[in-house]
Design a protein around this ligand. Structure first.
Ligand SMILES: Cc1cc2nc3c(=O)[nH]c(=O)nc-3n(C[C@H](O)[C@H](O)[C@H](O)COP(=O)(O)OP(=O)(O)OC[C@H]3O[C@@H](n4cnc5c(N)ncnc54)[C@H](O)[C@@H]3O)c2cc1C
Length: 466
């Protein structure tokens, strides 16, 4: 048993919890603890929780929340475990791990999916595509449905079908007082409002209900890679194209280095490049017509944008983000992509200290912007672009340089920033107030006061009760 839990918990207390839950419990002295305590982001893998509880269902979540309340141990909730800021693990506290709860049930007639609180996007895509249906999921299939959706959910179909949180029709939530509460349009609608981007602040979601849409099995999608010296022209073309592109298409420009993939000529591996990545949720044969002007930017290194299975699109980038990689992101909403910003982004791209230093400029608008700002906790829907400075590295010695570079990307964008940010792309805690903006934050605080007045759920972009 860890030194830290000994004064608080005796074996008898832990035994009571073991008897109360159906899932597995790991203390530091249990076989399997190291694997159970391990998290995706290598930067936080060294944390030593006092307990990891792998919940088999909502009853286990209720029992563990009660146990945490009575012992005073801090709670970290783990869905898919992809938190950039390390929120899903905690030294000397309890990890409530929902990963066994990954069941997905599709009702094709109602075009709805029920998804367990520990599912990842690969689980959802597998079941929904069996019926030719989708909902907006992540760019990486191993990202958790829970953290992704509760923070907003930027994905390939968002301009056509909305963000993940816009497709969240209902949820079952274990609240701080240990109740299982249903949140839907006609029941606890205030809670549903908060779950649509308020993060894990209001409770632990054990079941999600998503709207589905027809798409696939083939779509028009993929990347075009250009040399880095075409980055300026690409960003200019992207800015013009994005402003009136049809909702069918969702795209991102990525200033990065060419990954060592067989589809990319070997002489380019590791060299700085500018990539345009897009996916269309429209008819496959109309895809090429949607991105015509982007293809005129320059001679590409390789053009892989074309018909491909939806499931392949959803896993295309997975190999670049393996378990155990160190990762740090920093993000801001952009009011515009002006010439000055383009120049600065091109400069900071060339100064990147490693191959996985990426500047993502996400195209927003479409269905996202048609939802009222007050309808969900995802305000500022009119922003045209989201900037995300993404860094990953294997050798921890280079971590500080990568973090510094991500901060430099944000500094380069400061004049074009709206001041708010997409919470799921923030690598540092304590950013809730600024990222939501005062109006939404005030409403979120009122909701927090109601559902979690003692701030039991605080390992997140925390909304502090007043
Ligand atoms: C490689 C990678 C790719 C990504 N790609 C995208 C992308 O394409 N689009 C995008 O929008 N974001 C993306 N993200 C960001 C991602 O959305 C967030 O990191 C998100 O929080 C991950 O969710 P998770 O369930 O995997 O995380 P976890 O680490 O399990 O949890 C993250 C947060 O959510 C809370 N939480 C988790 N499960 C629950 C639950 N069941 N109930 C209540 N709260 C819960 C946790 O307490 C924690 O605060 C990516 C992240 C990574 C690392």
């Amino acid at each position: 048993m860890s030194h830290a839990i000994a004064p608080v918990l005796g074996e008898a207390t832990i035994q009571e919890l073991r008897e109360a839950v159906k899932g597995q419990i790991f203390t530091p002295s249990d076989e399997g603890y190291t694997a159970a305590a391990s998290v995706w982001n290598g930067d936080y893998d060294g944390r030593r929780p006092a307990l990891v509880v792998r919940c088999a269902g909502a009853a286990d979540v209720i029992a563990t929340v009660g146990f945490a309340r009575s012992t005073g141990l801090a709670i970290a909730v783990r869905g898919g475990g992809h938190s950039i800021a390390g929120f899903s693990t905690v030294d000397d506290g309890i990890v409530i791990d929902l990963s066994p709860m990954k069941g997905v049930r599709v009702d094709p007639a109602a075009m709805r999916a029920s998804v367990g609180g520990g599912a990842v996007w690969a689980d959802v895509d597998h079941e929904t595509q069996a019926h030719g249906l989708v909902t907006t999921g992540g760019l990486i299939s191993t990202t958790g449905v829970a953290g992704f959706t509760l923070g907003g959910g930027i994905g390939w179909t968002m301009r056509k079908f909305g963000l993940a949180c816009d497709n969240l029709a209902a949820a079952d939530v274990v609240t701080a007082d240990g109740r299982l509460v249903h949140a839907g349009e006609s029941e606890n609608a205030d809670l549903l409002w908060g779950l649509r981007r308020g993060g894990g602040n209001f409770g632990i979601v054990t079941q999600f209900e998503f709207d589905l849409h027809p798409l696939g099995p083939m779509i028009y999608a993929g990347p075009i890679f250009y040399p880095a010296d075409a980055a300026r022209d690409l960003l200019h073309a992207f800015r013009g194209w994005a402003s009136d592109a049809p909702d069918d298409v969702t795209a991102v420009v990525n200033l990065t280095s060419a990954p060592p993939l067989p589809a990319i000529p070997e002489e380019w591996h590791g060299k700085k490049v500018a990539a345009f990545l897009a996916a269309s949720a429209g008819p496959v044969d109309e895809g090429a017509g949607l991105v015509g002007t982007i293809r005129q930017v320059a001679e590409p290194i390789v053009d892989l944008l074309g018909p491909m299975p939806y499931l392949a699109t959803q896993t295309l980038l997975d190999p670049l983000w393996p378990n155990g990689i160190h990762a740090y992101f920093k993000a801001t909403n952009l009011a515009q992509l002006d010439d000055d910003l383009v120049e600065r982004l091109c400069e900071v791209h060339l100064a990147a200290p490693g191959p996985q230093c990426e500047i993502h400029v996400h195209q927003m608008g479409g269905a996202i912007a048609r939802v009222d700002d007050e309808a969900t906790a995802f305000a500022e829907r009119s922003m045209p672009f989201v900037l995300n400075a993404v860094t990953g590295w294997q050798n921890s010695e280079v971590g500080p340089a990568h973090r510094e570079w991500a901060r430099a990307v944000l500094t380069a964008a400061s004049e074009a920033s709206t001041g708010r940010a997409y919470v799921n792309y923030l690598g540092d805690p304590g950013a809730a107030r600024t990222s939501y903006g005062e109006d939404t934050y005030g409403r979120l605080v009122a909701l927090k006061n109601h559902y979690d007045p003692t701030n039991l759920f605080r390992l997140n972009q925390n909304i502090e009760p007043s």
